[in-house]
Design a protein around this ligand. Structure first.
Ligand code: NDP
Length: 479
């Protein structure tokens, strides 16, 4: 089996102890790569190297335009290798190949955006009362620890790596152990694009050990994490010890609010993908559909029928729309929630079974739960699998109340032809990213992040530059 080595300062190398672990293909339940497993000493090495490189200035003091050119070149190389990267991502994360291609394209867009943005991150001149000139500089923070999950491995790594590098930082990336392959490949691409030695390391290994050591390292200036709320909370606590800057993108339980004047057919066609895309393993999954009572029965029936048409299949099959879950454990979790929902009084009106031709893969037919009350655990907790709850509401006020009745606040949608109502509801929902008559909430150029227990900090768009820069203010006296 092929061995993927870790990346230390841009070079592929074995871990210090020489340990490896197996990466599984979730559609097959079989190993297809061996990957170097980092340990605490590897973390220390990578952080020390990133710190020295930052101080020495080969990247941090390079002109912003030159940094941008490296990122633009990386975008070109990602596009040139789109198919190769998409196949790797599809097999490792169990994604339908068409989605994997889109995601690789998105990663290229992100590098292109930050390639252009690098020399547009600048300070201000401020009219102070004292005689002189007050200016601010935006400076890189230093070594950034970037910890990513398994659901969108390449895309989320790009969201963090591209702005961190554009701002002049050095980075140590800890990909999820289940899906490290495309992040390792991305580091190779960045080196080929001209990134100096020492700027990037990628350390696969168990989060509880490698991630923990990385977050706690005193030379790390900034931590950016995407993953579960529980681990995010733990990371925030660890960051407190060294006053390390931290941003967190955590779970979600998005409400997809459908009023009775909505274009129901368009809404249903979009909404099946908004919850079952990536097999429901998406922090923005529209996993609660709130439907106005007058159209509830009709909507539920049509939504269930549309769900049953989704093509569940092998990731490399061009026709597949839904692949397997990432692991046997994640499928068990979705099945347990389905059973819980029924015990709580909900009805399964579509899906929920393991398809007969699943083989060893972790497949599950997308499932629709009807008759759900928002107080049920299935409506409150993040399932992170192919399960949707359809919940009735009477009025605009009730829709807003139910949408906000969750510990999370990442994303949401409103479907209505009434513009005033769309605006009122979008403003009233306590979430970071809303969409109207659409479920699109992720755009390379726009800020993305959560309220409440979904975390804080805004990735993407120029807002992300705030995560990866310090503001220095300098006063020049006239006297
Ligand atoms: P985790 O939060 O455990 O994993 C996310 C990342 O954090 C991985 O790289 C993981 O490493 C790392 N990590 C784990 N423990 C620590 C730690 N103590 N210190 C530092 N880093 C750590 O998510 P899971 O994979 O366990 O998924 C569980 C649930 O989390 C899902 O069912 C879902 O609800 C939610 N989730 C949300 C995501 C989102 O996009 N917001 C993404 C993924 C999960 P490793 O995997 O190598 O151990």
């Amino acid at each position: 089996m092929e061995i993927a080595q870790l990346v230390l300062g841009g070079r592929r190398t074995a871990s210090l102890e020489g340990k490896t672990f197996e990466v599984i293909e979730p559609a097959m339940d079989r190993p297809f790569y061996e990957v170097a497993e980092a340990d605490v000493e590897d973390v220390d090495n990578a952080v020390q190297l990133a710190y020295q490189t930052f101080e020495q200035g080969s990247w941090s003091r390079l002109s912003a335009t030159a940094r941008g050119r490296v990122l633009l070149k990386a975008a070109t190389l990602i596009r040139e290798r789109l198919e190769q990267l998409a196949v790797l991502e599809a097999r490792n994360a169990g994604k339908p190949i068409r989605d994997a291609r889109d995601e690789v394209g998105l990663a290229a867009n992100v590098f292109e955006y930050w390639g252009g943005a690098a020399n547009k991150i600048f300070g201000e001149t401020i009219p102070v009362q004292d005689a002189g000139l007050e200016v601010t500089l935006r400076e890189p923070v230093g070594v950034c620890a970037l910890i990513t999950p398994w659901n969108f491995p390449l895309v989320i790594a790009s969201w963090k790596i591209a702005p961190a590098l554009a701002c002049g930082n050095t980075v140590v990336v800890k990909p999820a152990q289940l899906t490290p392959l495309t992040t390792l490949a991305l580091a190779d691409i960045l080196m080929e694009a001209g990134l100096p030695e020492g700027v990037i390391s990628v350390l696969p290994g168990p989060g509880a050990k490698v991630g923990n050591a990385l977050v706690s390292h005193p030379l790390v200036a900034k931590v950016s994490f995407t993953g579960s709320t529980e681990v995010g909370s733990n990371i925030m606590r660890l960051c407190a010890d060294n006053i390390t800057r931290v941003s967190l993108e955590l779970g979600g339980k998005a409400a997809n609010i459908v009023f009775d004047d909505a274009d129901v057919q368009r809404c249903i066609n979009a909404s099946v993908y908004a919850v079952f895309g990536n097999c429901g393993q998406d922090c923005c999954a529209r996993s609660r559909i709130l439907v106005q009572r007058s159209i509830y029965e009709q909507f539920t029936e049509q939504f269930a029928a549309r769900t049953a048409l989704l093509r569940v299949g092998q990731p490399l099959d061009e026709q597949s729309e839904v692949g397997p879950l990432i692991s046997a454990g994640q499928r068990r979790r979705a099945q347990d929630y389905l059973a819980l929902g029924q015990r709580e009084g909900a009805r399964v009106v579509a899906g929920g079974a393991v398809p007969p031709d699943a083989g060893g893969g972790y497949f599950l037919q997308p499932a629709v739960l009807a008759g759900v009350d928002n107080g049920m655990r299935v409506a409150q907790e993040e399932i992170f699998g192919p399960v949707v709850c359809i919940i009735p509401f009477e009025s605009e006020e009730e829709a807003i109340r139910l949408a906000n009745d969750t510990p999370y606040g990442l994303s949401g949608s409103v479907w209505t032809q009434n513009l005033g109502r769309a605006l009122r509801v979008a403003k009233a929902v306590r979430a970071g990213v809303l969409s109207v008559n659409s479920n699109h909430s992720v755009h390379t150029e726009a800020p993305f992040g959560g309220y409440k227990r979904s975390g804080f900090g805004r990735e993407m768009g120029m807002h992300a530059a705030q995560l990866y820069t310090e503001v220095k203010s300098i006063f020049f006296s006239e006297e």
